[in-house]
Design a protein. Structure first.
Lengths: 131, 372
């Protein structure tokens, strides 16, 4: 069973968001990494880039396929995780900690209300994942 | 998520699900794509031993007094070169020179005709094709017996394949050469066993009565438990075959791609006489190829090449990627592509267009991986 952390916010496209004041840290969920399989490549925006909610923010590649990573919120990239870029397999081993992907300065904090809490996401994964 | 309903299951399907495999719809079959992870499974085959459920592959028996002549006419390779038990890679061609399928032809170890292995996605098309050719040429006295539904097939591949299979088979495997087959009793079941595969490693493919295949599968896991035998899904099957530069129908081969373009001329024997597609290939040879398959690796970061990605040189489209992956063995992004001949050549540069961005690549010698 995929790990779902309480205290985080979640998107339907399987990203997680951790709020810290007006900045959020985001990554992909344990469910997402397990569905994708061995992660081999990450393409992430750079500090200063602006991102829009639900728009592709970067790309995550596994052995089998390339998938978009969607921005959970709108704002400006503060930092991308270079260590994750250099060791994409850390997304498999530590999706919530070592392999956070980017930090985003929020432009509209009300967008956070549209994200799921952990209990809602758990239910969503059960319904969508079927396992 | 794959939905099991409506998909065909091999006798081993429940075992895969029980083992926690990720299951997918592969040409209408409910098949495992991976168990523990593609990369781990890939390394298991390169360094140890892995087992593949190939119950989706098709089989056809060709017998009768004119079986040799018929296959000389329908396939590209020369079956008269096959001694009993020997196998060869061949293709079925359309008169245009495009490929119906690529196949393995075994002359049965008892010399009673031929046993042919067909790609899962093409089985029906191939069997229809064989029947059509037989109908077109009634002078060939042959019997075609489509035996896919009666035949179980698994592959045991990797450096420890022989020692594991040897424990449960009653014939000595050591003297069996590559691309050769024998009859043997495997865990109580009478089978045909070929020293063949689709991984670039040493290994075997076992053909049994379908009702025995699950029992054989389980016996292999018991026999290989001490060395850590692993089940291998279709994901690693693809990365293994690509490193070994083995063609995949639908990617390197299709009705629109000829064997010459795919660099498989070694499996086309013009000197044997008439065969379907021969004239078109001779004409293509005469006029010169316009494009051909090349191998490349990316020489800068930018992602992984994938099927149908565009290939450019100096901003001009010169071809298309047929297969690509991050190679688990080499740790590099590798691929095969069909490229205009004037840009093809080991050492020459290509740009692979990954998400609208050119990523620099260099053409390299293939296979990408060859066992030592």
């Amino acid at each position: 069973m995929a790990e779902i952390k309480s205290g985080l916010h979640y998107t339907k496209s399987h990203e997680w968001v951790k709020v810290d004041g007006d900045t959020v840290t985001m990554g992909v969920t344990d469910f997402a990494q397990s569905e994708l399989g061995d992660i081999t490549y990450l393409e992430l925006p750079e500090a200063g880039d602006s991102v829009s909610k639900s728009e592709p923010l970067g790309v995550i590649e596994s052995v089998k396929a390339a998938s978009d990573i969607y921005s959970p919120v709108s704002g400006e990239i503060v930092e991308a995780n270079d260590q994750a870029i250099d060791a994409p397999e850390s997304v498999n081993s530590s999706p919530y900690d070592d392999a956070w992907l980017v930090k985003i300065k929020l432009s509209d904090s009300s967008e956070l209300d549209e994200l799921m809490d952990s209990a809602t996401y758990e239910k969503f994964v059960e319904e969508e994942g079927g396992h | 998520m794959a939905d099991a309903s409506g998909l065909t299951r091999t006798p081993i399907a429940d075992w895969h699900v029980e083992a926690g495999a990720k299951m997918v719809d592969f040409s209408g079959w409910y098949m495992p794509v991976s168990y523990k992870g593609i990369i781990e499974e890939h390394h298991a085959v390169r360094n140890n031993v892995g087992v593949f459920d190939l119950g989706h592959m098709g089989q056809l028996n060709v017998t009768g007094p004119d079986a040799d002549d018929f296959l000389q006419y329908v396939t590209t390779n020369d079956v008269t070169k096959l001694a009993p038990g020997q196998a060869q890679y061949a293709m079925l061609l359309y008169p245009s020179g495009g490929v119906v399928d690529d196949i393995i032809v075994y002359r049965r170890p008892d010399d009673n005709g031929f046993f042919i292995v067909l790609n899962a996605a093409n089985t029906k098309k191939d069997v229809d094709w064989f029947n059509e050719q037989k109908a077109n040429r009634p002078e060939f006295d042959v019997t075609l017996d489509h035996s896919s539904e009666r035949t179980g097939m698994i592959a045991i591949q990797g450096p420890n394949a022989e020692s594991v299979l040897q424990k449960i088979i009653d014939v000595n495997l050591a003297p069996v050469p590559n691309f050769s087959s024998v009859f043997g009793n495997v865990a109580g079941s009478d089978c045909m066993v070929g020293r063949t595969g689709y991984t670039g490693e040493d290994g075997f493919e076992v053909y049994s009565p379908i009702e025995d295949i699950l029992m054989i599968w389980k016996a292999l896991f018991e026999a290989g438990e001490d060395v850590g035998i692993q089940p291998i899904g279709l994901g690693a099957r693809d990365t293994l075959r690509l490193e070994a530069k083995m063609a995949l129908y639908g990617q390197e081969l299709s009705s629109e791609i000829t064997p010459l373009e795919a660099r498989l001329g070694w499996a086309v024997k013009f000197d044997k006489g008439e065969f379907i597609g021969r004239e078109a290939l001779l004409k293509q040879k005469d006029e010169g190829l316009k494009r051909r398959l090349v191998g490349f690796k990316l020489v800068e970061r930018g992602g992984t090449p994938r099927t149908h990605y565009e290939i450019q040189v100096d901003g001009k489209t010169v071809g298309e990627v047929t297969s690509g992956t991050r190679s688990p063995t080499l740790g590099e992004n590798i691929g095969l592509g069909l490229v205009d001949v004037e840009y093809a050549g080991v050492g020459k540069p290509l740009d692979i267009i990954v998400r609208n961005k050119p990523v620099r690549a260099e053409q390299v010698r293939t296979p990408f991986y060859k066992r030592g």
